[in-house]
Design a binder for this molecule. Structure first.
Ligand code: COA
Length: 438
């Protein structure tokens, strides 16, 4: 796999299609602050954000420096320096079941100006990203989506869900464990610059769906002066009885005349003790009536650690991390499986990147080998499914049951019992979760 993402050329298919409509598809030179500024402001406008301050542009340029930045320009338009469409991408390690990981093509900042919408510009951007990633040998693409209606047609599917919780802490008394370690209130720098990242890394490597991130994606968890307000955020850290930091959380207090509400912005715990101690801290804060936490896993143990489970509610649960397998063999061989078996997968891919019949053989150790086969007949005794690349991408992290997609009429079981057997193999011990937007 080549990782030199910036020197990979602009996709000629998309460039030619856009050129037919008088549009220019090109790179953004991130060493040119003026060109980056136009691109960044176009992206902000696309997401309905206000203009970024001129002072913040250089900081943002450095933060985007490791990405491949592209745009589409309408040179005949009234504002030819500002791109009418934006995209960016980079390679991020994505954790898979079994503590494994795979390089994934992270796609972000896809916008098209309202003046140019629904003419196939986003399609050209998306397809070019997928073709470029596939040509570089990156097995999987990932994104987080502003709307759930856009990306299935490109072969993506939600593979890790997220929940927003609202907890009535006046009703929900803590009845879970009281760990021996200590929760400390600390300055943000004590976690941001000294050891917090190491905790996050331990959690990332154990949790399918989490991706490696640093730079601005890490710094923004703690607020960034001039961009978001760090003074509104507070940070706790849990040190175990031996004094080792095992978790941290970032929160904000919203107060009105009568009550305070705590919003837990980010929470990671590398041990069950860190988890219990830090949630207990939030459940037992004086003056606070409610606690909210968004982008959390769908199966929080705290539901079982309170006196009144009905005081803990899910406000929202839905798609969060979308995956798109580009190379079936490399993607499926990268993860570990929970049960052995042999499976014939008839995969269809509307973009033509991964069509084929694949034999997936999983050993008793949970290690897979995958090969393409021309004729499935000699493998008739094996489990067999017909599915789109989007459905294979949905089940990839082990959080979406195959049998559910069979009942939904999306995956077709070609031999009886195949769905249950695939579920047993693909199931992940740890529920897939992604902790950030990107
Ligand atoms: C979403 C967005 C990028 C689409 O750009 P676009 O150039 O109008 O999209 P295209 O014309 O290339 O459409 C491609 C396909 O997606 C569909 N589509 C595009 N936007 C859609 C939306 N918001 N909801 C549902 N379908 C959508 C189109 O109907 C088209 O379908 P088809 O090719 O199967 O017929 C653009 O509307 C936008 O910038 N929105 C605001 C920012 C945003 O939400 N970006 C996505 C970040 S995850």
């Amino acid at each position: 796999m080549s990782t030199d993402i910036k020197s990979a050329p602009i996709d000629t298919t998309s460039a030619a299609q856009l050129a037919q409509n008088g549009l220019r598809f090109d790179f953004v030179d991130d060493t040119d602050i003026e060109a980056f500024g136009y691109w960044f402001q176009a992206m902000n406008r696309g997401f309905l954000e206000p203009r970024a301050s001129d002072e913040s542009i250089d900081h943002r340029r450095r933060a985007f420096g490791s990405r491949r930045l592209t745009g589409v320009w309408d040179d005949a338009g009234a504002d030819p320096k500002t791109p009418i469409a934006t995209a960016s991408s980079w390679i991020a390690d994505l954790t898979l079941p079994g503590g494994r990981s795979v390089p994934s093509w992270a796609i972000s900042t896809i916008t098209v100006a309202p003046t140019h919408r629904r003419r196939g510009i986003a399609r050209n951007l998306l397809e070019s990203e997928l073709r470029t990633a596939a040509a570089l040998g990156v097995p999987v693409a990932i994104l987080t989506a502003s709307e759930a209606t856009i990306y299935t047609r490109f072969g993506f599917a939600p593979a890790a869900m997220a929940t927003n919780w609202k907890i009535d802490v006046q009703r929900a008394k803590w009845v879970g464990p009281t760990p021996d370690g200590r929760v400390h209130l600390v300055p943000a720098e004590a976690v941001r610059d000294e050891g917090g990242f190491e905790i996050l890394e331990r959690v990332r490597l154990a949790t399918p769906g989490l991706i490696y991130f640093d730079g601005i994606l890490w710094d923004r968890l703690f607020g960034i002066k001039g961009i978001s307000d760090p003074d509104q955020l507070r940070v706790i850290r849990y040190d175990d009885a031996a004094g080792t930091a095992q978790g941290f959380a970032v929160y904000k207090v919203n107060e009105d005349e009568h009550a305070a509400a705590v919003d837990v912005r980010f929470f990671v715990a590398a041990t069950d003790d860190a988890y219990a101690a830090m949630w207990r801290f939030f459940f037992e804060m004086d003056l606070v009536t409610s606690v909210t936490a968004s982008l959390r896993p769908i199966d929080e143990p705290f539901q079982w650690q309170v006196s009144d489970a009905r005081a803990v509610r899910k406000n929202h649960e839905g798609d969060h991390l979308w995956t798109r397998i580009l190379d079936v063999k490399s993607a499926l061989e990268a993860r570990r499986y929970s049960a052995p078996g042999a499976f014939v997968l008839h995969v269809t891919d509307a973009l033509g990147l991964s069509n084929g019949i694949y034999l997936l053989e999983i050993s008793t150790a949970g290690i897979a080998s995958v090969r393409s086969i021309e004729d499935p007949e000699p493998y008739d005794d094996n489990h067999s499914l017909a599915l789109t690349i989007s459905d294979l991408s949905a089940i990839y992290l082990g959080g979406v049951p195959v049998s559910m997609l069979v009942h939904a009429g999306r995956i077709r079981e070609l031999s009886p019992g195949s769905a249950l057997a695939t579920d047993a193999a693909f199931r992940s011990e740890v529920t897939p979760w992604l902790s950030i937007w990107f």
